[in-house]
Design a protein around this ligand. Structure first.
Ligand SMILES: NC(=O)c1ccc[n+]([C@@H]2O[C@H](COP(=O)([O-])OP(=O)(O)OC[C@H]3O[C@@H](n4cnc5c(N)ncnc54)[C@H](OP(=O)(O)O)[C@@H]3O)[C@@H](O)[C@H]2O)c1
Length: 352
């Protein structure tokens, strides 16, 4: 690509927005030229507004420090500077839908982290390794919006990334029922331990809306497109419990699964995981993990401290696969919630 695409980050001051900004530093295809946030941040330079609340391990990239933050609500002004936007604003669902549609109507593609549009029938919800074909919904959406270039595409909830790719790799063995418990990091709520000291040494057995998303969203990802609509898959049925744990980054999932194919061996299941390749790997996209899923043989893996950054946070780590006496198999999966589960996934979804 000779000239980089100009990118705007809506909600660029928040946890996911900061992750976008750090991941897009020196990206071969994209250049962050515009950052927008709430009216509270608008008018200040990026460094002034996030200086005291920068949450990444790396420094604020030099290239964005002096960008004057815009007001997300000033849509024409923000959209006029960019080729497309990544959206990570935290507002009510209705406000997010309105704003994302309005950006799309300025002929600006919107690639969003937010849940607001995940069930809008003509909006694709994509994990690029699993269902890139759902991007074929976009012409139907453009018809509704009256656009030729603008559209909205979304990613699913961060909690599903530690197990949905695994079940996808095993689809030929027909998984039909799964019990999933997720152990979710505090950055998933946009927080660090400094913001949320009550989480130190603590567990909270409730994350609003998370269990419904963890159960339903994989079925849409696995759904089939018929006449411009995604018909969600009927199986595997998933039941889940989502628990907040005192971890900064990384969502872990403990999963029990029943497969129709009772003859499958452990080696076959592992072989399917480690050989799973999606379109991003075939196209060797710059932000894609070379190895999407790794399997770890050691009993005490995957662990947050050793494995959360696997493939720069874009890979999925799986371990503890073994037969179960009630279900057929059980395993543990881990993924980075703000990289694979949020900003990272989108930095290559756009290329479709
Ligand atoms: N954290 C994760 O792991 C994760 C994963 C997947 C999806 N998500 C989703 O991504 C979105 C952002 O999450 P986050 O964790 O980054 O949240 P966050 O840290 O609270 O950041 C929120 C962002 O939205 C802006 N904002 C808040 N209220 C606004 C308003 N009334 N008008 C305009 N802008 C407003 C904030 O701007 P100011 O700085 O000016 O207030 C900030 O840029 C949420 O929808 C969340 O559900 C998060």
């Amino acid at each position: 690509m000779s000239e980089k695409l100009k990118v705007g980050i809506l909600g660029g001051t928040g946890m996911v927005g900061q992750r976008f900004i750090s991941l897009l530093e020196n990206h071969p295809w994209f250049e962050v030229t515009t950052i927008a946030a709430s009216p509270r941040s608008a008018g200040q330079t990026y460094e002034q507004t996030v200086g005291g609340r920068w949450k990444m391990d790396t420094q604020i990239p030099e290239a964005v420090k002096n960008i004057v933050v815009k007001n997300v609500n000033e849509i024409e002004d923000t959209a006029s500077e960019v080729d497309f936007v990544f959206s990570a604003v935290d507002m009510s669902k209705e406000e997010i839908k309105r704003i994302e549609d309005a950006y799309a109507k300025t002929e600006t593609p919107v690639v969003s982290n937010n849940s607001a549009h995940r069930w809008t029938p003509d909006v694709p919800m994509v994990v690029p390794e699993i269902n890139p074909q759902h991007m074929e919904l976009i012409p139907y959406q453009r018809k509704r919006l009256g656009t030729t270039r603008g559209f909205v595409a979304v990613k699913p909830n961060c909690s599903i990334q530690a197990y949905a790719p695994v079940l996808t790799a095993w689809m030929e063995f027909e998984p039909y029922e799964a019990v999933v418990s997720t152990y979710q990091a505090i950055s998933g709520a946009g927080k660090t331990f400094a913001d949320w000291p009550q989480m130190e040494g603590n567990i909270i057995p409730f994350i609003s809306g998370e269990e419904e998303k963890s159960e339903q969203e994989p079925l849409r990802i696995w759904g089939e497109m018929k006449n411009g609509v995604i018909e969600p898959a009927k199986q595997p049925l998933i039941t889940s419990q989502c628990i907040r744990v005192p971890v900064l980054n990384g969502h872990t999932a403990s999963v029990f699964v029943k497969l129709k194919d009772k003859s499958v061996e452990k080696e076959q299941l592992i072989e399917k995981l480690v050989n799973y390749r999606g379109l991003p790997q075939q196209l060797a996209l710059p932000s894609a993990p070379k190895q999407f899923i790794q399997y770890l043989d050691e009993d005490a893996r995957p662990q947050i401290t050793m494995d959360v950054d696997y493939e720069h946070g874009m890979g999925i780590s799986v371990g503890r696969l073994r037969k179960d006496s009630v279900y057929d198999w059980k395993f543990v999966g881990l993924s980075h919630n703000t990289v694979r589960g949020a900003a990272g996934e989108l930095s290559y979804a756009q290329s479709y």
